[in-house]
Design a protein around this ligand. Structure first.
Ligand SMILES: [Zn+2]
Length: 123
């Protein structure tokens, strides 16, 4: 294998990794889109990710690295979308068909809850 072929192989592997990394975030976006469930997602974590990725996008552009630039853009955009989803769905509640409702205030209860966290009723 000559050095050019090695470079090509490395480039192909790197581009595949960029696509895989970007896809991982889009799977998260799809999951949130389906379930509207964001209470377990940290907004601070995603804001810091977006800041880091965004800053490195500028660095990549300064250094003239095409693959690094595309990688940064391809990860920054989905993280910003996740932040928007967290803000939009912040007030949405997970709904499970098996869950009971509080006899007093009608709010949804988790299966192992005997006391309602909203009104204090013992169900
Ligand atoms: Zn209640």
């Amino acid at each position: 294998m000559n050095s050019n072929a090695l470079y090509d192989t490395t480039a192909i592997i790197s581009w595949a990794a960029v696509i895989i990394l970007s896809c991982s975030y889009w799977f998260q976006i799809w999951k949130i889109h389906l379930h509207k469930e964001v209470r377990d997602l940290s907004i601070i974590y995603h804001v810091l990710l977006a800041l880091g990725f965004g800053t490195l996008t500028y660095t990549a552009w300064q250094e003239g690295s095409t693959i690094f630039l595309v990688k940064q853009i391809a990860t920054t955009i989905p993280v910003v979308i996740i932040i928007a989803q967290i803000i939009i769905h912040k007030k949405d509640h997970w709904h499970d068909e098996d869950d009971d409702y509080c006899k007093k205030c009608s709010k949804e209860l988790e299966p192992d809850w005997s006391h309602c966290p909203y009104c204090g009723e013992n169900n």
